[in-house]
Design a protein around this ligand. Structure first.
Ligand code: NCC
Length: 276
């Protein structure tokens, strides 16, 4: 199979990995008593389009980056899971437009998902590692973590905050893009939040800057910028096909290698700006 060029990869992603979220109209959710807690419209019709967007990985290499001002200068900023801004503004900024969280974060008592103010700014988007190509009913009856129970609780406590759930089809479509572009078989686990969020923003923004997904010269074993925990698997991946995701992002990068080296910054075009 011929190796796709950066522009070809971008077009393939645009055409074969469509961001979708659950809506109150969608079966089997529409027949559940709590269906009305789900948004009536998909995320892509409610949010954006934005001109410029920043995706802030949670990598330890953001520490001492001084990228905060640059990150906040974007029209929209996406952050992940429990990544804080308080106390880290100089390196990661303070604006949060969207927070993408995995179902583990919603379920664990440690993260105080229902009560912590960490989750209250911007829109929330949650996802759960659904079984590969399972239908929605199968997934609903056997989620990895109790995403739907926690979703209902959160929505009742914070009814005004926009809150979406990613359609598992999107996870596996993206996974398939990764697999089809790699010579070897990759593990059958969904992409990391980092890759899901990057493609989500490419669907909403004219231009996307991703920070410290491809590590800069600050590359470190420190897992997160906000925690004293060291593990190189955070950057290279274990459960998620992270290394392969990074390989694809590197191929699609329209910025310079120097930008990656000094700022940890990748520049990706929004899907609406592509000429395929
Ligand atoms: O660590 P995590 O990811 O929350 O990081 C968000 C995204 O940033 C990118 N990243 C992070 C650290 C690093 N050194 N390099 C990076 O490139 C990755 O793209 C990552 O996706 C997740 O993807 O949801 C993940 O979540 C954590 C954990 O569940 C949450 O942080 C909540 O505590 C997972 N860790 C564990 O399960 C122990 C992680 O595997 C994936």
């Amino acid at each position: 199979r011929p190796k796709l060029s950066g522009p070809e990869l971008l077009c393939q992603l645009r055409d074969k990995a469509e961001v979708a979220t659950l809506t109150s109209e969608l079966q089997p959710f529409s027949s559940l008593p709590w269906a009305s807690l789900l948004p009536s419209k998909p995320l892509t019709s409610d949010l954006g389009p934005y001109r410029s967007c920043a995706v802030v990985s949670s990598a330890g290499s953001l520490r001492h980056s001084g990228l905060g001002k640059e990150i906040d200068s974007h029209d929209a900023v996406l952050r992940f899971n429990t990544a804080p801004t308080n106390g880290y503004e100089k390196d990661v900024g303070s604006k949060t437009t969207i927070r993408l969280i995995n179902s583990q974060v919603m379920a664990s008592d440690d993260h105080r998902f229902l009560s912590s103010s960490l989750y209250s700014s911007g829109a929330l988007v949650a996802w759960d590692p659904a079984p590969f190509s399972a239908d929605l009913t199968q997934w609903y009856n056997r989620t990895d973590y109790p995403i739907f129970i926690q979703y209902q609780r959160y929505r009742r406590l914070h009814p005004l905050q926009p809150f979406y759930i990613l359609h598992p089809h999107f996870e596996w479509q993206l996974w398939q893009r990764i697999q089809d572009n790699m010579a070897e078989p990759i593990q059958k686990n969904p992409p990391s939040s980092g890759f899901l969020g990057t493609v989500l923003m490419m669907s909403l923004c004219d231009v996307v800057h991703v920070y410290e997904f491809l590590p800069s010269r600050r590359k470190t074993e420190l897992c997160h910028y906000y925690q004293r925990f060291y593990d190189s698997a955070c950057t290279l991946g274990a459960y998620h096909p992270l290394l392969y995701e990074k390989n694809l992002v590197k191929r699609m990068n329209r910025g310079s290698d120097h930008d990656v080296y000094t700022q940890g910054r990748v520049t990706l075009p929004g899907f609406s700006k592509l000429n395929c």
